[in-house]
Design a protein around this ligand. Structure first.
Ligand code: ADP
Ligand code: MG
Length: 240
């Protein structure tokens, strides 16, 4: 579904992505972990072209990513992205947050967009919140709305960049539960997270990054029980 080959990216003199090769299969859940500053967010952002790359190729479902222009809007509809900050439209209701993109980009009719939005709100456990504004919801609820909003665009892959890092502890699980059920339904997902319980239980593979490089790609149990690299052992000893 997503293939990166020889991807390189600098910010000025800082080489943030170094010869990244990564293949994410359809229906696969890949959890990306690594120290702060290792390039995890940048890697995610290259996949929906929020960041350009200097060399290498990225293909999505067999097609190379467009460089710029109109095709980018279509690409971004196919690559859902959920960030630490929920980025909902503050002055729109929950329902409008979910219907705007599909009506504008997917050219769905209003009634159809609303029907689909209500189904998605039901799926994330927020069927009764459709007419509220984001500020009237808890952080966990807002993040679930953000996930539903991405799903409303019918993406081929979902990227999650530390989706629970800004949440109070008691709200983390409700968001992880939604992500687990998405994974169980076969969504292709790339997830940057510090939630190692989620990585163990939901990931097909763990990708460990350090200094802009992919250091290890392993099934989660193997990775957590016997990391091969010194960098990974060091990282795990600090967080577990
Ligand atoms: P991570 O998500 O793993 O913490 P990032 O991808 O955010 O890492 O950042 C990788 C490196 O690139 C860091 O050193 C960060 O400071 C730097 N960086 C990220 N975004 C920018 C930017 N827009 N301009 C300059 N440097 C950046
Ligand atoms: Mg980051």
């Amino acid at each position: 579904m997503v293939v990166l080959k020889g991807v390189n990216k600098h910010f000025g003199s800082l080489h943030v992505l170094r010869d990244i090769d990564l293949t994410v299969d359809r229906n696969e859940v890949v959890v990306l972990i690594g120290p702060s500053g290792s390039g995890k967010s940048t890697l995610c952002r290259t996949i929906n072209r929020l960041e350009s790359i200097e060399s290498g190729t990225i293909t999505l479902d067999g097609r190379p990513l467009p460089e710029e222009g109109r095709p980018l809007a279509r690409l971004r509809a196919e690559v859902g992205m959920v960030f630490q900050s929920f980025n909902l439209f503050a002055h729109k209701t929950v329902l409008d947050n979910l219907t705007l993109g599909p009506i504008k980009v997917r050219k769905l009719g209003k009634a159809e967009a609303e029907k689909r939005a209500r189904e998605l709100l039901d799926r994330v456990g927020l069927a009764d919140q459709a007419d509220k504004f984001p500020a009237q919801l808890s952080g966990g609820q807002q993040q679930r709305v953000a996930i539903a909003r991405s799903l409303a665009m019918d993406p081929k892959v979902m990227l999650f960049d530390e989706p629970t890092s800004a949440l109070d502890p008691e709200m983390i699980n409700e968001v992880l539960e939604v992500m687990r059920s998405l994974a169980a339904e076969g969504m292709t997902m790339i997830v940057v997270t510090h939630e190692m319980g989620f990585a163990r239980s939901a990931a097909n593979r763990v990708v460990f990054m350090a200094d802009g490089q992919i250091v290890e790609v392993r099934p989660p149990l193997e990775f957590f029980e016997s990391p091969r690299s010194e960098r990974a052992r060091d990282f795990l000893s600090k967080i577990l």
